[in-house]
Ligand binder design. Structure first.
Ligand SMILES: Nc1nc2c(ncn2[C@@H]2O[C@H](COP(=O)(O)OP(=O)(O)OP(=O)(O)O)[C@@H](O)[C@H]2O)c(=O)[nH]1
Ligand SMILES: [Mg+2]
Length: 461
């Protein structure tokens, strides 16, 4: 894997890093400065960099050649020398030219936010699919950087780039190599996904409803996943602790043995990669298949760290990514899980609980409250994944939403088919029945999963 990170070659865990968070003075709508800097430091720590210095740098405007102004670059160079730093992390996108110039001026390695996130993902990937996805993202990142310098050269030559020249043909070769590699990677990924058994997943999905956990990185998805399923997924105060998706079956309280039970009581729950604001587009593209699993879920639990100072900005970032996947705030499958309530003072906890109850009661016709955008359509529940507080309420809400998905099916049985009839009575609600001499015509309210089970057991009726 390492050979693909030519851009990031030389980063070693334990490197002393200076983290810089450039903020445009005109960018009033930007995220809270401290929060953005803190997050970037968290990202740098996630690959075990030692933070020698971290600062927000106010920019009057961005300088095309170096991003920072001349004086600022000199100042940064001084800091690097004083601190004995070997790496600079810039919490911003850098053009290849800016990166190169900064490395020259600062005499040390420079990476931008996308490079840093790619580096973390590269270190985290464990499954073959995860590794291929990250490699694909890294190559796409590199390719986009080649393209950019290419158009840059082209412009310099007044638009006659196609006439050829030594530098240009090297770029052409690099580009073609990367393009070929990307095509091969895509094939490999397809192959891996096929053998991973999407069919098996599809079958499981038909049989049991799926619940997907999504949310900002470090919100507590894995902790909640472990609490719900008794699994042992790595949950750590570390950004992007989880990269590869994990699935596990669980029974909601009240489920009967034997996979039957009343409709949707047995579910498959999945934990997956966390989101972050300004998630690099290359990563979104590479992880699309993983994210598509979310699109197919019956219920989407949006896990939020409700105690985070930037909880609302994080929520918006997640909702934006979900919107890209076609999942809006008005999607009935979306339940908001406000996590870490154990850290809240008691009165605040009470207030939140009352608020959550009100919203949840009103779902079906969600209304903006206090001028805020409509909340998750499927309702809100406050929990603590670590203490277990609120988990029974979450499970009850899940159960409520899943059984609300029942649909009416018209089913005709032979009167002699007692087994099928009693199965339907046990698993669904028979709302109408008309008998003829030999047949009975039923209208039965059933969960889609149960209908699937019925037809696989008794055939289509
Ligand atoms: N106090 C408190 N801490 C929590 C709670 N849930 C999770 N945490 C902590 O929050 C941190 C992140 O938890 P994870 O479960 O790893 O979060 P995640 O959403 O899976 O994060 P990534 O996989 O990195 O995207 C850990 O230190 C957890 O112990 C909670 O309910 N209360
Ligand atoms: Mg996790």
């Amino acid at each position: 894997m390492t050979e693909i990170y030519t851009d990031m070659d030389g980063i070693r865990h334990g490197d002393r890093a200076v983290v810089l968070n450039p903020v445009l003075k005109s960018d009033r709508a930007g995220r809270a400065r401290d929060g953005a800097l803190e997050e970037c430091v968290g990202l740098a720590r996630a690959i075990d960099l030692e933070i020698a210095h971290a600062a927000t740098v106010a920019l009057a405007h961005t300088v095309p050649a170096t991003l920072f102004g001349k004086g600022q670059v000199a100042q940064i160079a001084g800091i690097i020398q004083d601190m004995g730093a070997t790496l600079v992390v810039v919490n911003h996108a850098l053009t290849p030219v800016q990166q190169r110039n900064l490395e020259k001026d600062l005499k040390c390695k420079v990476i931008d936010r996308t490079g840093l996130i790619l580096e973390i993902f590269g270190a985290r990937a464990r499954t073959r699919e995860g590794m291929l996805q990250v490699e694909l993202a890294a190559l796409n990142y590199q390719k986009s950087r080649l393209v950019r310098s290419w158009t840059h050269l082209e412009r310099q030559r007044g638009g006659f780039g196609f006439l050829g020249g030594p530098g240009e043909s090297q770029l052409e070769i690099d580009r073609r190599l990367i393009t070929n590699r990307i095509a091969r990677l895509r094939d490999d990924l397809d192959q891996v996904r096929r053998t991973r058994g999407l069919q098996r997943d599809a079958r499981q999905r038909a049989e049991h409803p799926t619940v997907a956990l999504v949310g900002y990185t470090n919100a507590g998805k894995s902790t909640l996943f472990n609490r719900l399923t008794g699994a042992d997924v790595l949950a750590k105060n570390m950004l992007f602790a989880t990269l590869d998706p994990t699935m596990r079956g669980m029974k909601l309280p009240g489920a009967k043995k034997g996979g039957g039970g009343n409709s949707a009581h047995e579910i498959i729950i999945s934990d997956t990669v966390g989101f972050i604001s300004d998630l690099p587009t290359h990563l979104i593209e590479a992880f699309r298949a993983t994210l598509e699993e979310v699109q197919l879920a019956d219920i989407i639990l949006h896990v939020r760290d409700i105690t985070h100072p930037e909880a609302r900005a994080q929520r918006d970032a997640v909702m934006d990514i979900l919107a890209d996947l076609g999942i809006g705030a008005n999607d009935e499958r979306l339940i908001e899980v406000q996590n870490k309530i154990d850290l809240l003072p008691k009165d605040e906890r009470k207030f939140l609980a009352a608020y959550a109850e009100r919203i949840t009661e009103e779902t079906g016709h969600v209304i903006p409250i206090d001028g805020l955008r409509p909340e998750a359509h499927g309702g809100i529940v406050g929990v603590s994944a670590t203490t277990g507080e609120g988990i029974p309420q979450l499970l009850a809400l899940l159960e409520k939403r899943l059984s609300a998905r029942n649909r009416a099916y018209d089913i005709t049985l032979s009167l002699a088919d007692g087994a099928a009839l009693s199965w339907l009575h046990a698993h669904g609600k028979v709302v109408a029945r008309r008998d003829t001499k030999t047949k009975t015509h039923l209208t039965v309210e059933l969960d889609a999963a149960d209908y699937g089970r019925f037809t696989s057991k008794f055939g289509k009726k």
